[in-house]
Design a protein around this ligand. Structure first.
Ligand code: ZN
Length: 245
């Protein structure tokens, strides 16, 4: 089984299309760590693609906020304005689907899925100090999360926790997954990277070959920015895409 792992699409259709083109023919099913909606200018298009194509998907905090019972607690002014615009823009069926997304963690036979952390969908796992306490919480050898918009990978072995290298200037890093170790992987954000690399991030997990590829791909940032500006959203939401912040 080859799984395409996505996170934090954030209504960015141009980035999503670039990822799908780059990953074409390399996966059998699609898994999403949440935040399909929010920030970007193509909420209906990205939700409709996710509805049709994601095999498993967990709710993100922006999905929750943009849904029927959402609130703007913990959202700054720019993000909150984008939530309100998204809510007002959503077709009824897309709003229904978004509102019904399950909160994490979702635990499957061979992996686990959460938005922020298996303990809390709003928690940011940024440094090893955040990740280390999860060794007794994660129930499967591989756990995927999103939320930080920072592509990252951690490995537990008998010696403890170590952070693994991710792509910097290169397009790809391949991690060989050892059978006796445990992994926490953030595939990076498709639609709004914040690791100072504006390229869309994603991962491909090949369970038969025990490899995990972390990849980055350029996309049409200008068009994504134009949609954000045309929607009247805060200009910073467009500007930040060019910096990966
Ligand atoms: Zn997000």
């Amino acid at each position: 089984m080859r799984r395409l792992i996505l996170a934090d699409l954030h209504s960015n259709l141009e980035a999503l299309n670039a990822v799908l083109k780059d990953a074409a023919d390399q996966y059998d099913e699609i898994v999403c760590c949440g935040d399909v909606a929010g920030y970007g200018g193509s909420p209906n298009e990205v939700i409709e693609w996710s509805r049709a194509n994601c095999k498993t998907i967990v709710r993100g905090n922006h999905d929750r906020a943009c849904g029927k019972d959402g609130n703007l607690l913990d959202f700054n002014e720019r993000a909150g304005a984008a939530v309100i615009w998204t809510r007002d823009s959503l077709k009824a069926a897309n709003c229904e689907w978004l509102s019904a997304l399950p909160p994490g963690p979702l635990v499957f036979d061979d992996y686990e899925l959460a938005h922020g952390s298996p303990l809390d969908e709003d928690e940011y796992l940024i440094v090893s100090y955040d990740v280390a306490p999860l060794s007794g919480v994660i129930m499967r050898p591989v756990c995927f999360v999103g939320h930080t918009h920072v592509q990252s990978a951690w490995e537990w072995n008998r010696g403890g926790l170590r952070q693994l290298p991710v792509p910097r200037k290169e397009r790809e890093r391949v991690i060989e997954l050892a059978p006796d170790r445990m992994y926490l992987i953030n595939p990076g954000s498709v639609g709004q990277p914040r690791d100072h690399d504006p390229r869309a991030g994603y991962a491909i997990w090949d369970t038969a070959h025990r490899t995990l590829k972390l990849r980055r791909v350029e996309y049409d940032i200008k068009s994504a920015q134009e949609r954000i500006r045309a929607a009247g959203l805060h200009p910073w939401l467009a500007d930040r895409l060019a910096f990966g912040r």
